[in-house]
Design a protein around this ligand. Sequence first.
Ligand code: NCD
Length: 306
Amino acid sequence: MARKDLLDIVSLDRGEIVDLLDQAIPFKDLFTRSVKKVPALKGKTVLMLFYEPSTRTLSSFEVAAKRLSADVTVFDVPRSSVTKGESVRDTIDTLQAMRADYIVVRHRLSGQPAAIARQTGASVINAGDGAHAHPTQALLDAFTLREVYPELERKRVLIMGDILHSRVARSTSTIFKKLGVEVAFLGPGSLVPKQGPQDIPRFTNYEEAMKWKPDAVYLLRVQKERMSAPFFPSDREYHNLYGITDERLRQLAGEGTYIMHPGPINRGVELCDAVLDYERCLISQQVENGIAARMAVLYGLKPQTP
Ligand code: NCD
């Protein structure tokens, strides 16, 4: 891969995606060894720049970079001059002096990582920008589904929940389609956008969506922090209409359907507790695979730093 940055999935072609997924396999194999580190990025510096709260994505990138032997600096945005009104542009200019080779960015504004990428020779990795893109999440999702279905072509994934505010839905549906997976959306009419790819079936009723026979259901968190007003009356009502309830979990188990979720999960809203113990629940596999997928990305990008 001769790319400097990873900003979204749309700009990757199928070959590049498959190469990244293949590269993640030997990295994942390392995790079961007593020494989990390789020297691939020794002497390189990775800077984490998270303007939005994150636990799993930030630590996943940190672990990935360290397993490649890179030096990692977490720029503490809440305690930085950003809170004193410094612009992203000026922050980057200042950080350039640290000569980072890779900058991992999360920002609430769509397009901010792309703007940073134009300003620096460092490789910029988008760790989530607004409702736009979350490419490493998409890669780890594709990697995880491919582990259970080595032949992805024509498999069906139903993405359910708050599609409208979700960068995960956008990037993950894009990667699945590029790999030949069929995607459908399910959620309340208010949270399923009518715009966007028209070859994605859209459902507002759970039972109707199940007739489409998904091989996996991909649950999303209701992103209340991105809503100015509630989109539905209560968590309980949402759970009954669009959540995986105990009853629905029994039906999914009968069909052998896998369950995925990018985290963080909201118990009692998009899923019931029992989902976490379900044998075809892939959530913890997704977390583990996230490290391998991010190692593949860091390893594959080409910073234009001296
Ligand atoms: C997602 C995100 O931040 O976009 N989480 C994640 O990266 N693991 C999804 C979410 O916040 O619901």
